[in-house]
Design a binder for this molecule. Structure first.
Ligand code: SF4
Ligand code: SF4
Length: 325
């Protein structure tokens, strides 16, 4: 785990974030806009905040494997134990230790669970620089990182941040994005496969279905293609927290289409992939299954999808996803 300290205060790219919200690029993530004033300024999150202690934990990022037909992919960060819980437990432990050392001071742990721009804070704390794919890139080891932070009233000396642009003339992530969600250093969440499969709780527009490719939960493409993430001696020897990657990252599409909520919890319980509810999982699986059927015939899968597509008891988002193209 790497760590650094940023001064509390308004984020360097606060204006950019506010414009991004104003343009509606956050989609249906209303919680992002609801706390926008707090989110861009860490002193609003904790009265008297002076510093933000930022941490980055690497998760396993083995090269992608050839997927068997009838399976869907899960993004790497969600293949193991839920980092929100795991990292938060560790940060709470740290907060307790700090409170003993600094009585009267305040500490607040954040792991994607409080209105804080963690990526911006991590960049300000020198843990890396933000690339055109909007991910934090750690020099020499890449962007397969999970972020957390402790906001505190203790005034801690800041660590230097990178001034360097990690991208130069590279545009690989922008060129590879299957839904054209990226422009340099900005992402339109309403087009991003990660947002669509994890956060969007409604019908996915048909024009974006092919872009999901094989991804049923999240998407790693803009990280997979990044030169900073290619295997090198340094990336191979970087410390990885293996708890974040404990299964093979694929699910059987036919099984998902037939899941009950109990099945969903049994399959992905304890991982970040529980964020998507049952109907979202079945919607995502239906889209991926239709994508695969365009090149690989599968009679059983076709039959199940055709049945869902005409079943009036199915939610709209699943029925539309299952409809023949
Ligand atoms: S996660 Fe996938 S869809 Fe989203 S910006 Fe990256 S490549 Fe595009
Ligand atoms: S793929 Fe290229 S442009 Fe995109 S984040 Fe990586 S270095 Fe930057």
């Amino acid at each position: 785990m790497s760590a650094g300290v940023a001064p509390a205060g308004r984020a360097a790219r606060a204006d950019f974030f506010e414009a991004w919200l104003a343009q509606g690029h956050h989609g249906t993530m209303a919680w992002m806009a609801a706390h926008d004033l707090v989110r861009v300024d860490s002193t609003q999150l904790l009265p008297g905040a002076q510093s933000v202690l930022c941490v980055a934990d690497r998760y396993p990022a083995e090269p992608e494997w050839a997927l068997e037909p009838g399976k869907g992919r899960i993004a790497r960060y969600a293949r193991g134990r839920d980092y929100h819980k795991l990292m938060k437990r560790r940060l709470h432990g740290l907060c307790d230790a700090f409170r003993e050392q600094h009585p009267g001071e305040s500490f607040r742990a954040c792991v994607d669970t409080a209105p804080l721009l963690e990526r911006e804070a991590a960049a300000a704390a020198g843990l890396g620089a933000i690339g055109k794919n909007t991910m934090l890139i750690e020099q020499g080891t890449g962007s397969w990182l999970l972020l957390g932070a402790i906001v505190t009233t203790v005034d801690i000396a800041s660590t230097p941040s990178y001034a360097e642009d990690p991208c130069g003339t590279c545009t690989r992530c922008i060129d590879a994005c299957p839904t054209d969600a990226l422009t340099p250093f900005a992402m339109d969440a309403t087009r991003c496969v990660s947002y669509l499969t994890i956060e969007h709780r409604d019908v996915i527009d048909a024009s974006l279905h092919e872009g999901l490719q094989d991804w049923v939960f999240g998407c790693d493409i803009c990280q997979e293609v990044c030169p900073h993430n290619q295997p090198t001696h340094r990336t191979r020897s970087a410390t990885v927290n293996e708890a974040y990657g404990t299964h093979d990252g694929s699910v059987d599409l036919l099984s998902v289409l037939r899941w009950s909520d109990e099945d969903r919890v049994k399959a992905v319980g304890g991982t970040s992939a529980t964020r998507a509810k049952l109907d979202m999982w079945r919607r995502n699986a239906a889209i991926v299954a239709r994508n695969q059927l365009m090149t690989t015939p599968d009679a059983a899968l076709s039959q199940v999808l055709d049945g869902i597509a005409v079943d009036p008891d199915e939610p709209d988002m699943v029925r539309q996803a299952a409809s023949p193209r």
